[in-house]
Design a protein around this ligand. Structure first.
Ligand SMILES: [Zn+2]
Length: 455
């Protein structure tokens, strides 16, 4: 029966890219789990060099991608769900496709299913990066995830190594007490925010609920924090990013300070959030005893995951996609756009399908106003284009300067004809709007399908 289940699932795995069903990243696993619910545990047992899981609201896909690249460069044969299929079905599909030579698993895991996956996969290393309020869960889901993570950590075997972003107070609170902890975070940086963005809602002490104090805020509620009431504070950092340089919308450079010395990290990824991603991957790599130099070279060669921060040539214009799925991600993207030296053309795309969140009111938590002075031309698109136009109008942006295109093809036509040569277009899409835009660009032969992507 088990063999039959795997045969059926493998047949689906073979057929689904051909049928264009999401690149076949989830359907085979879904079929397998229906026929054999314990398949993940059994298949994961075969990964004799270990299993690493990475979870977060934002950045898990990129971090997993970076760590996979590092393990490849270190000649460790590893399997990873780098296509972003991070629910049980996606992980089952990844395991189904693994070759017998794969000895290590590197998995990004959706924050909601993390405790369940941890029970089934029994990871040696867990990387916890951040928890932000998502556009999908404005009604208490985040609190439930925090509680579930804490229970999960309380139940971990002592040997499980927990790598925790110390800049996120709730993760530290959940992790304290576990005997095998490694903390990473950002040292003093000139890119700190002046105050907590109003989209943030997690600046209360996770232990006593008092308002937290910050000597530095990096993204949303993250930074160097302490509580004046109960004394809880950011722990000492085992891996600390220092001398951070954000080099425009293209690159970052920083040093990692750890017990073993200082290492320079350079990456072709923009923004402070990618400093966190690269730092988390580097920290994980060092736990695997991968040499720093191997990790450095690998990180320098990584490109952004498809649609995350992807540049596409649109005739003689440069189009860069910056995906955001929630206010914290969107605000970080805006901070990154401020690093662009010149004015730019902007297209913001919003859909309200299930993967985007049906409730689009999250756009009111994004501080778009701070980039208004950099915008040369403004296009809005997607199924909820008019909500965006309204948002910008209330922000004080002249409606006469907004072009509304609710058809993706028309939007591309307008961007191509109206943007002067050699100028830059930034596109800020919601998740399914990004998929729609990419599909149209693929149709026009301007980029490739994401399952054709190579690391
Ligand atoms: Zn407190």
């Amino acid at each position: 029966m088990r063999h039959f289940a795997r045969f059926i699932a493998k047949a689906i795995a073979f057929l689904s890219p051909v049928l264009k069903q999401g690149g076949g990243t989830s359907a085979p696993g879904l079929a397998l789990l229906k026929l054999d619910p314990k398949a993940i545990t059994r298949m994961a047992n075969g990964l004799s060099d270990g299993r690493i899981v990475i979870s977060a609201t934002n950045g898990k896909t990129t971090t997993t991608r970076i760590l996979s690249k590092i393990t490849d460069n270190a000649k460790i044969s590893s399997v990873s769900n780098t296509a972003g299929a991070n629910l049980k079905s996606g992980i089952a599909t990844t395991l189904l496709r693994r070759s017998p030579s794969h000895k290590l698993g590197v998995f990004e895991v959706d924050e909601g299913v993390l405790p369940e996956i941890v029970t089934e996969i029994k990871p040696n290393i867990i990387v916890l990066m951040n928890l932000f309020r998502d556009q999908l869960d404005r009604y208490g889901e985040l609190e439930k995830i925090r509680e579930n993570w804490k229970s999960m950590i309380d139940g971990l075997p002592e040997c499980t190594k927990l790598l925790v972003n110390a800049d996120d107070p709730s993760l530290v609170f959940a992790a304290l007490g576990h005997p095998n902890l490694v903390f990473f975070g950002l040292g003093e940086t000139r890119y700190a925010l002046e105050s907590i963005p109003h989209a943030s809602d997690s600046s209360q002490c996770p232990r006593c609920n008092n308002q937290l104090q910050y000597s530095q805020i990096t993204i949303s509620h993250m930074g160097d924090w302490h509580c004046t009431q109960c004394g809880l504070s950011r722990p000492d950092l085992d891996f600390e990013a220092i001398e951070i340089q954000l080099q425009g919308v293209e690159r970052i450079k920083f040093k990692v300070l750890s017990r073993t010395g200082e290492e320079v990290i350079e990456a072709k990824l923009p923004g402070l959030y990618n400093v966190y991603n690269a730092l988390a991957a580097f920290t994980a790599a060092r736990q695997l005893n991968i040499e720093a130099a191997v990790a450095q070279t690998a990180i320098a060669s990584v490109n952004a995951a498809f649609g995350r921060t992807e540049s596409i040539q649109l005739a003689d214009k440069d189009l860069t996609l910056l995906l955001a799925k929630n206010p914290a991600g969107a605000n970080s993207n805006l901070d990154t756009l401020l690093l662009h030296p010149d004015k730019f053309h902007l297209a913001v795309l919003l859909n309200d399908r299930i993967a985007d969140g049906r409730d689009v009111s999250w756009i009111w938590d994004v501080d778009y106003e701070k980039i208004f002075h950099k915008i040369e031309s403004m296009h809005v698109g997607g199924e909820r284009a008019y909500d965006l136009a309204l948002r910008f109008m209330y922000g004080g942006y002249s409606t006469e300067r907004i072009t509304v295109n609710d058809k993706i093809g028309h939007l591309i036509d307008c961007l191509m004809t109206e943007t002067p040569s050699n100028e830059t277009i930034f596109v800020l899409p919601s998740y399914t709007a990004m998929l729609d835009l990419r599909a149209e660009l693929v149709n026009r032969g301007l980029t490739h399908d994401f399952w054709e992507e190579e690391l």
